[in-house]
Design a protein around this ligand. Structure first.
Ligand SMILES: NC(=O)C1=CN([C@@H]2O[C@H](COP(=O)(O)OP(=O)(O)OC[C@H]3O[C@@H](n4cnc5c(N)ncnc54)[C@H](O)[C@@H]3O)[C@@H](O)[C@H]2O)C=CC1
Ligand SMILES: O=C([O-])CC(=O)C(=O)O
Length: 259
């Protein structure tokens, strides 16, 4: 399987290096598209060239890049592995991608787990309540839409502060580099409206945490994830490129894969 990488920042660079170095059985690196890659020594190319040489493209370039390039990837016949899952909160984007085929759409589990169980349980009956609370280092959560006063208070805070709480669709759009996981949970439970998401800024947070609680007819669940942040891009957890590599391994050589 020839894999193209769209976006070679903290996630994509690790994915591209592993593919280049032959560390994913059955997969090889077709090329990398990024105007400003995080590392040197990758085989850079333009998007049209990537699409003509890849069987599958991994998007690790951000929500806007997925919205702009996703349909083009799929209509070129490449499968697409999405990391910026939160882009799918935009009205109609998932439908547009699914209609753009022949390429198939895959979603990365990214920074969290439990999605398989939530997905299974949602088949028995709708969840009554689902909450995902994300806590990150305060300084990494400043957003362009914040007022100068709010951004300043966030940089200076000495205690944890809940920045926003609301529907998953709104929170993932408000924190596009930090709350893709809220969209992943909503897609797993098959219902955007039941999922409440919160983003909490903690100046002293040694790790990024995601706490997912869910209750429905199949049972009650609580997943608590504490991830080390990426040293390069602290909004992203260090495990995310390895979630991508695990998915690529399963797609390229499916041997005893959990489904
Ligand atoms: N599903 C999940 O659990 C998670 C999803 N993410 C998503 O992954 C994205 C990438 O994360 P990182 O690698 O940590 O960010 P990063 O900022 O380190 O890297 C992003 C890279 O994409 C490049 N880029 C931007 N627009 C591009 C375009 N149109 N075409 C090609 N390259 C482009 C940038 O130059 C940069 O090198 C985040 O923005 C976020 O949306 C991040 C963490 C977890
Ligand atoms: O990496 C993480 O912990 C989560 C993240 O940034 C996101 O969901 O956008």
């Amino acid at each position: 399987m020839r894999v193209g990488v769209l976006g070679a920042g903290s996630i994509g660079a690790i994915v591209a290096e592993a593919l280049r170095d032959g560390r994913v059985p059955g997969a090889e690196l077709a090329g990398v598209v990024d105007p400003a890659p995080a590392v040197a020594g990758l085989p850079m190319c333009a998007l049209p060239e990537l699409l003509s040489t890849s069987d599958l493209v991994v998007e690790c370039a951000g929500q806007r890049a997925l919205a702009e390039a996703g349909a083009q990837v799929l209509s070129a016949g490449c499968d697409l592995l999405v990391v910026s899952v939160g882009a799918l909160a935009a009205d109609g984007l998932l439908e547009k991608l699914l209609a753009a085929g022949p390429g198939a759409v895959h979603l990365s589990t990214g920074a969290i787990g439990g999605l398989d169980l939530l997905r299974s349980a949602a088949l028995l009956g709708p969840f009554e309540r689902v909450v995902i609370e994300t806590t990150k280092k305060a300084s990494s959560l400043v957003q362009p839409w914040m007022s100068e006063a709010e951004a300043d208070a966030l940089r200076r805070t000495s205690s944890p502060v809940e920045l926003r709480r609301g529907p998953a669709r709104e929170i993932t759009a408000a924190f596009p580099k930090s709350a893709n996981v809220a969209a992943s949970v909503a897609l797993a439970v098959r219902n955007w409206d039941v999922v409440e998401a919160a983003v909490i800024a903690d100046p002293a947070a040694p790790a990024t945490s995601h706490v997912i609680t869910a209750a429905g007819p199949a049972g009650q669940y609580r997943f608590e994830i504490r991830n080390r942040p990426s040293p390069r891009t602290p909004t992203s957890s260090r495990v995310v490129p390895y979630a991508v590599l695990s998915a690529l391994e399963a797609l390229a050589s499916p041997r005893a894969v959990f489904r």
